[in-house]
Design a protein. Structure first.
Length: 306
């Protein structure tokens, strides 16, 4: 065990991927808690798919494949898609799930068209845009980690600065409006932070799997507690554990993609929580129901004897 840990510290590439996966899991878990509680679990799916055209357009405009350029395009595209979704819901009779489906399909289709345009350029292979579809964590560099760290750090700082406002927006927006808080602007700010979180993870797990990174840790932590503070901290911890554990597993198996393994570890943590959480877990519920039925039968027998 000690030799294995020592080998990890000796491997610079593995250390870089571990750090990036841990940052992604931590941030995704924390921001994903708000998305889950707002009943916007598929928001991450829509925004991650909507980021694809921004990546392609950023490359076409700048002819640069540096992460900061491509992620900036993804950030702008994801932000535009989220604004479009909120505008559709507020100004039409279309429900949230309908608006989400429309935006996801339109932006992702446009992104695939733009990728086909990019592939016609002679230097398209060197750009490496396809790694944003399914992720390629093994290609993370020190510069990528710095970018992820800065974006994630800003998102987390803003989250804790506006903690009370976000909490009120999630649980009681009507009261927030009644006391004069700009709930709509706060809602937009929270959505933008979720967009930033999704964009930082595209290079690690890709467009297709990013929504799982956002929701799986939050869904797992929700099984263990009813308090937002504990849920957010636990979700961030489970997200980081998913990222680090998935990276270590993929590093021990040849030709094993890191992103899908991270998602599978996150699902395993969710499945464990779903069955074994003390109050909400399936097994604890079955035990509780059995005890209640047994107590009811005993009380009924006592009543009949009387």
């Amino acid at each position: 065990m000690i030799e294995y840990l020592f080998s990890i510290f000796q491997d610079h590439t593995l250390k870089t991927v571990l750090l990036g996966s841990g940052i992604l899991g931590l941030t995704s878990g924390i921001l994903g808690s708000f998305a889950l509680l707002r009943k916007q679990s598929l928001l991450g799916d829509a925004i991650s798919h909507s980021a694809l055209p921004g990546i392609a357009i950023a490359f076409l405009i700048t002819k640069s494949s540096t992460p900061i350029v491509l992620l900036s395009g993804a950030l702008i595209s994801g932000w535009i898609s989220s604004i479009c979704m909120m505008s559709i819901v507020r100004s039409t009779k279309i429900k949230y799930d309908g608006a989400l489906g429309i935006i996801l399909s339109v932006f992702f289709g446009f992104g695939l068209v733009m990728l086909s345009v990019v592939q016609k350029f002679p230097d398209s292979r060197q750009a490496g845009l396809n790694k944003f579809l399914f992720g390629q964590a093994a290609t993370l560099l020190k510069e990528d980690i710095i970018t992820m760290g800065i974006l994630s750090g800003i998102a987390l700082i803003i989250t804790f600065v506006f903690w009370k406002e976000f909490k009120l927006t999630v649980f009681n927006p009507e009261f927030g409006e009644a006391i004069g808080l700009p709930i709509k602007k706060i809602d937009i700010l929270l959505t933008c932070l979720i967009v930033v979180t999704i964009v930082t993870g595209l290079q690690t797990v890709g467009v297709v799997l990013m929504s799982a990174m956002l929701i799986a840790p939050a869904s797992a932590s929700r099984q263990w507690t009813d308090r937002l503070e504990i849920m957010v901290v636990l979700s961030g911890f489970l997200g980081a554990v998913s990222g680090i554990t998935g990276t270590l597993i993929s590093s021990k198996i040849s030709n094993m993609p890191t992103g899908p393994v991270i998602v599978l570890v996150g699902f395993a943590l969710f499945a464990f929580s779903l069955f074994f959480a003390p109050k909400r877990g399936i097994i604890s519920r079955l035990i509780s129901n059995y005890k209640n039925n047994l107590a009811f039968k005993n009380n009924l027998k006592i009543t009949i004897r009387r």
